[in-house]
Write a protein that binds this ligand. Structure first.
Ligand code: SAM
Ligand code: SF4
Length: 339
């Protein structure tokens, strides 16, 4: 069935149109990655502030059926901790965009427990997974995530692969003095298993505000380190995708580099974000949010919610401004925004 209402675009004043929706399903997590949150965790969002499945699906439907969203990625916190995830995926896949097709769906996850849910998620229609894995050494994994869970992630990755959620993508963050000497080792491990690896520069989004530019391992450094072991040929056509892709040793495999800080892709950004408590964010680094939960709970119509979402995107800034001396990190950490 086609959406009945006319389509509005999630456009901003710089000519960008958002079609890629990142949804944070929870701010909770079962890991404590150093670059994300402190060892003791955070004060989790109260349950009553979190959108119910029904509220969430209503907003997703508005995004997909009225506002031109074509891709929905569930993240967090850890999205696998959200009970009912397969049902949420199934309901999202049952939505129809203006052209009658269903949106593409994906999760970004730490992979813990994926061994048990990969098949159910694939059956629900999930298209893709991105699993975060920064090292294949057990001690280093525990040092970074503060949990000894590497075998669970490895099992989750292969379950996703076996369930047909291919190509499985792996996201890695390199930390100076911890795993920055392991880039080639991780890439070799991923290549052997046909996982597509992407390195992401560390961003100033951790709850404890511990990021520093000097400590960040840059895209250039990562490329230099990989270049000692592989021949890398840049591929054209990054488009709105944040990863610059490189062919490895003449192909066919590739590796991605996401230089969020040193090679920003803001000019081509096509993202819009919904937090677990129903706030629209027009950028990872936005300092303002637009509340859809209050109007949703006080009887706003779909038209009104759609208009508010459009307005929220209209004020998107041209870039993240990390290099601006006046840059201020957003109040919400990555785990609550949804990475
Ligand atoms: N828990 C899930 C996971 O780890 O995949 C989803 C949420 S996590 C916030 C999403 C992604 O953000 C992960 O790939 C993680 O490595 C990355 N991330 C977290 N903090 C980051 C930071 N300060 N800079 C860059 N990437 C970060
Ligand atoms: Fe959890 Fe993901 Fe943050 Fe690690 S990066 S603490 S897995 S939310």
């Amino acid at each position: 069935m086609h959406a009945a209402a006319p389509i509005l675009a999630l456009a901003d004043s710089y000519g960008r149109v958002a079609t890629d929706l990142r949804v944070s399903l929870t701010d909770r997590c079962n890991l404590r990655c150093q670059y994300c949150m402190p060892a003791e965790g955070l004060d989790w969002m109260p349950v009553e502030e979190t959108l119910t499945d029904e509220e969430l699906i209503r907003l997703l439907r508005i995004g997909v059926e009225r506002l031109g969203v074509t891709d929905v990625r569930f993240t967090g916190g850890e999205p696998l901790l959200r009970r009912g995830l397969p049902q949420i995926v199934a309901e999202t896949k049952a939505m129809s965009m203006v052209d009658g097709r269903s949106p593409r769906t994906a999760i970004t996850s730490n992979g813990l427990g994926l061994k048990h849910t990969a098949q159910a998620l694939a059956d629900a229609g999930l298209d893709r997974v991105n699993i975060s894995l920064d090292t294949v050494r057990r001690e280093t994994y525990e040092q970074i995530t503060r949990r000894d869970r590497l075998p669970d992630v490895i099992a989750g990755l292969s379950a996703a692969h076996d369930a047909g959620l291919a190509p499985v993508k792996v996201n890695a963050v390199l930390l100076r003095g911890i795993n920055d000497d392991q880039a080639a080792e991780l890439l070799t491990w991923c290549l052997e298993r046909e996982y597509e690896l992407r390195f992401i520069e560390q961003m100033p989004l951790d709850a404890q505000h511990g990021w520093s530019r000097e400590q960040m391992v840059t895209a250039d450094e990562t490329l230099a380190s990989l270049g000692q072991h592989f021949s890398l040929t840049p591929l054209d056509g990054r488009g709105s995708a944040p990863a610059e892709r490189f062919q490895i040793d003449g192909g066919p495999h590739t590796v991605g580099i996401i230089g969020s800080v040193t090679r920003p892709f803001c000019g081509d950004c096509n993202r819009t974000r919904l937090t677990a408590d129903g706030q629209i964010r027009n950028c990872l680094f936005a300092r303002a949010e637009s509340d859809l939960r209050a109007p949703l709970r006080s009887g706003a119509s779909d038209d009104e919610l759609a208009e508010q979402w459009v307005a929220a995107m209209g004020s998107k800034l041209p870039g993240h401004g990390i290099d601006d001396p006046a840059f201020l990190q957003p109040t919400r950490p990555m785990s609550s925004i949804g990475g």
